[in-house]
Design a protein around this ligand. Sequence first.
Ligand SMILES: [Zn+2]
Length: 338
Amino acid sequence: MLGTVLHAPRDIRCEEVEEPKILKPTDAIIKLSASCVCGSDLWPYRGIQAVNGPQHMGHEYCGVVVEVGREVKTVRPGQFVVGSFCLSDNTCPHCRFGFQSSCEHREFMSGAQAPYARIPMADGTLVATDEMPPDDLVPSLLAASDVLGTGWYAADAARVTPGCTAVVVGDGGVGLMGVLAARQLGAGRIIAMSRHKARQELALEYGATDIVTERGDAGVAQVKELTGGVGADSVLECVGTEESMMQAIYCWRPGGSIGYVGVPHGVELDGQMLFFQQKNLLGGPAPVRRFLPHLIDLIMTRQINPGKVFNLEVPLDQVAEGYKAMDERRAIKALLRL
Ligand SMILES: [Zn+2]
C-alpha cells in the first residue's frame, strides 16, 4: 500500500510501505476513512525535531475495524472507531486517573497517513460509535483523535468554568479547537490571539468574543486592558514557543490556570518567576481517550463541527502539498483523502 514517509526535513513522499498486520493478540487493524497532517508533524518537517531515518508519518485516525487479535474484546470487525494518538491500556492507575497519555504502557501512534493502520492495545485505545457515521461527519470524528482532543484538554487543564474569561494563545488547529472547547465548557469571554483573517473568522464562529492581533508584550497589554487590568482566569497555550509561553504566563491572573499543549521547543522557565506568578500549570500530551466518548457524542448529535478546521483536502499521493500548505500557513489543517 502507499503511505507517507518523511525522509529528511522538507522531503516528504508518498511511497510504498509495508501493509500492517496483527503483531500482538491485543492489536486491531483498521481501514482509515480519512487521515490528516498534524501541526506537530511540522516540527520534524521543518527540521526543528531531528529526523533519524525514514519515518512513516501519521498519528490521527478513525475508520472501520477490519481485523482484531484474539484477545480484543471491546471492538469487532465492521465497527467504526476513533482512537487517540496516544495508545493506552486504559486500565493502569494513570489511565484510571484520567491520564491515558501517561499510561504505564503508553505508545505513540505512527503510520496513520495510509489506508490501513495497526492499533496496539485496541481495547484501551479505541472507542466505537453506536452506528456507522455519515460521510460528512468523518472529518469531525478524525479531528477528535488529536486536534480536537488536544484543544479540549487545553481548556480542561486551564480549568475553564462557566462564565470565566479564557485566553487562547495560538490560532492553529489546536488553538481553534481550544476556542470551541472553552465555549462548550461555558467560558463567558473567550479572547483569541490571532493575526490571520481566515483564522480569526473561524475563531469567532467557534465562540471567540474578542480577537487580539498583537503579540508579546503588546498582546499581554491588550488582554490586560480587556480584563480590567486583572488578567484571564484560564489561558490555553497552543503553540509551544518561548514567546507564546511567556505571553500565556503574563496574560493570566494570580490563582488562575494555564493548560499548555503546544509541545515546548526551546522554552525555559525561571523558578522564581513561576513562584511569584502564583498560577496553576498543567500541560503535556493530551489524554484524548478520556474525552473521546463525550466528543464523539457531541459530533454524532451535530452539536459541534470541529471538521471545519480542515480547510484543505488533498489525495494521499499529494501529501507533500498538504505539508507545504500548512508550513506556509496557507492551510490551517490538511485532510488526506485515501
Ligand atoms: Zn494505562
